[in-house]
Design a protein. Sequence first.
Length: 168
Amino acid sequence: MDKSPPIDAVDRILAQWQRERPDLDCSPMGPIGRLKRCAMLLEPQVEVAFTRHDLVRWEFDMLATLRRAGAPFVLSPTQLFSTLMITSGTMTHRLKALEKRGFITRLPNPEDARSMLVALTSAGRERIDAAVETHVDNERQLLSGLSDGERQQLDQALRVLMRLLETG
């Protein structure tokens, strides 16, 4: 009985390159191609958890960032946009939208009268607490086909790769 893993889309691409360019070692295309394909396949499945709570990804990300900050769930816009890696213009638009939905409020900064702070409202906290539970359950389900050991190995390998990419 053949114990090799089933052929996937990336294997087919690699085989085509091997046939067309046998002189070229295309093995790096395997993990990179699989990472890209997994990200593409995961994205809509992860979005399902946000949709269940009437949120889109950026709303989830902003509310989660405020929630993770801990009580009193307040950050400066600069702290928010540096964490979320978005421009200040995008941040302003998003803050207005979340404020309109009642999920955040903007407060005067007691340390700097020229600036404001962003605070999670009780409605925002309730929404993100429910959404993050659904999100974690969804991600657990998405990884349920992996054993604990496989999941830990994948996590460790991705941690190493991410560190390499972040440090250039």
